[in-house]
Design a protein around this ligand. Structure first.
Ligand SMILES: [Zn+2]
Ligand SMILES: [Zn+2]
Length: 251
């Protein structure tokens, strides 16, 4: 089955952790069913790769995981596009903390370009034919891991998290999981609120995840190290995120 025919797919738009690299913007992922297109996170610089895959006016919504700048600060730039060039609006879902930061920067954005909805770990809603649920991760600000379901297929995005959170907090199944792997094993004991490739693999295995996509590696970091660590503990397929990488989530 080609990607275009897949009932659900995810495309990596940006995957760099902390700040953009010379190859990728920060976190951003495009989730598509045959009728619905939703962007998960809008890290700085992400609208460049995004427009290689979808017209901005065809986005049905933007869902933001948390208020750290590497996950949402393309939004003020997308505001220009929607308000002044498209004269359109797009629904945006994000935490109260992210809402507050956007209001401080662009108080008029939510009366014009965005239709904002505050979300929290208990939020449940649908956008088109995609169903969304959330889980509070192990991170210094309110951070929501995101589960997207279409029919009997489901994707989970970890957002940012330390090792105390597990995707087992979500309903099974999880066919594909985009898991941050900011760290290598050497940094596990340094009290950094992220996980290593090993920890991502362990948690994903515990939750019965089908396939892993490792992401959020900082510029200069080696994603292959994270994959080597994860392979020791995770039995399924492991992919490394890069801009444009598309994974159909098939039955
Ligand atoms: Zn981050
Ligand atoms: Zn963060």
């Amino acid at each position: 089955m080609s990607t275009a025919d897949a009932p659900l797919s995810v495309t990596v738009i940006g995957c760099s952790g902390g700040y953009s690299s010379d190859e990728s913007s920060c976190s951003s992922y495009l989730v598509r069913s045959p009728t619905t297109t939703v962007l998960l996170d809008a890290g700085p610089g992400s609208s460049i790769e995004l427009q290689r895959h979808v017209q901005l006016e065809d986005l049905d919504a933007i869902v933001l995981s948390h208020e750290h700048p590497d996950h949402w600060t393309e939004l003020p730039v997308l505001y220009h596009a929607y308000r002044y060039f498209m004269e359109a609006s797009v629904p945006v879902y994000g935490t109260v903390g992210t809402h507050r930061l956007l209001d401080g920067l662009l108080p008029e954005a939510n009366e014009t370009a965005f239709e904002w909805t505050d979300i929290n770990p208990a939020s449940v809603f649908s956008i088109g034919d995609l169903s969304f649920t959330f889980s509070l991760t192990d991170h210094p600000v309110e951070t929501l891991a995101i589960r997207v379901q279409h029919g009997d297929r489901a994707l989970v995005y970890s957002a940012d998290t330390g090792p105390e959170w597990s995707p087992a907090a979500f309903e099974a199944p999880i066919d594909v999981m985009i898991y941050e792997a900011s760290l290598t094993i050497d940094f596990e004991d340094k009290d950094i609120p992220h996980v290593s490739g090993r920890q991502a693999g362990l948690r994903a295995a515990e939750a019965g995840v089908g396939q892993l996509v490792l992401t959020h590696v900082n510029p200069g970091g080696d994603p292959r190290e994270r994959r080597n660590e994860a392979e020791q503990v995770f039995p399924g397929a492991i992919h490394l995120a890069y801009p444009g990488f598309t994974l159909p989530i098939e039955a």
